[in-house]
Design a protein around this ligand. Structure first.
Ligand SMILES: Cc1cc2nc3c(=O)[nH]c(=O)nc-3n(C[C@H](O)[C@H](O)[C@H](O)COP(=O)(O)OP(=O)(O)OC[C@H]3O[C@@H](n4cnc5c(N)ncnc54)[C@H](O)[C@@H]3O)c2cc1C
Length: 212
């Protein structure tokens, strides 16, 4: 049966609410869709081909930055903009290499990879994940140590919802300069934009890794 509307939208306030939602949905034979920022291009966080519920992580969006260890714990419902803002309020020389759109959700972004302006230097967002807390299909809470390295590898690029609900991520913050220089060269097609883009493709890979 096709189902474009969920039976329920559950908005957990805590990890135990997520466990309960997974276990109840399973007992009732309902599918589960997980939504963090809702930016999925194909609607995978809010559509299904069977009766389903949405677990919407809108209330789980805390960001805790540790300057001592240059790490942060970020809950999946936070947006990239909220993550960047919280890091920036604590330090002007630490950042995190992820996407450019501030309203994208951490949950879908980290579990799908996540690329942005610092990818050349530091890799994908998922390359900089150190630990994660998730609820699996049995409703069990797992961290990196208890989930196995294979599962930890899979949730960092393999699409988190295939494996469970990722609640939060421990990330490695990276050094950034306190000031960034941006160069903007507007060109129309008539002014040779195509030629310029082609030239840029030849030059860009040879530039210093600090430029993107
Ligand atoms: C306007 C826009 C700008 C973008 N910019 C960039 C960019 O600069 N760089 C880049 O790399 N990508 C970019 N993307 C792509 C974006 O990173 C992906 O679409 C990402 O999956 C969105 O995550 P979300 O949490 O917002 O979406 P959602 O729709 O909430 O989730 C996306 C997928 O991940 C699953 N999921 C979400 N949260 C969890 C969770 N906590 N546990 C398990 N599974 C979960 C969902 O079920 C769904 O399958 C952009 C997309 C848009 C629409």
């Amino acid at each position: 049966m096709n189902s474009s509307s969920p039976q329920f939208i559950i908005t957990p306030q805590s990890e135990t609410h997520v466990q309960a939602a997974v276990i109840c949905s399973r007992n009732l034979g309902l599918g589960v869709r997980v939504r963090s920022g809702g930016h999925d291009y194909e609607g995978l966080s809010y559509k299904a081909a069977c009766p389903f519920v949405i677990i919407d992580l809108v209330n789980l969006r805390k960001v805790s930055v540790s300057l001592d260890t240059s790490t942060a714990w970020v809950e999946s419902g936070a947006t990239l903009g909220e993550l960047y803002y919280q890091i920036a309020t604590r330090s002007s020389t630490l950042g995190f290499p992820a996407g450019v759109c501030p309203t994208v959700g951490v949950g879908g972004h980290f579990s799908g990879g996540g690329q942005g302006t610092m990818t050349r230097k530091y890799g994908l967002a998922s390359d900089n994940v150190l630990d994660a807390i998730m609820v699996d299909a049995n409703g069990t809470i797992l961290d990196r140590e208890s989930m196995s390295e294979d599962l930890f590898w899979a949730i960092r690029g393999g699409g988190g919802a295939s494996f469970g609900v990722i609640l939060s991520w421990k990330i490695k913050l990276v050094p950034v300069p306190p000031m960034v220089t941006i160069c903007n060269v507007p060109k129309t097609l008539e002014q040779g934009a195509t030629k310029l883009a082609h030239l840029w493709q030849q030059i860009a890979p040879k530039l210093h890794e600090d430029s993107s």
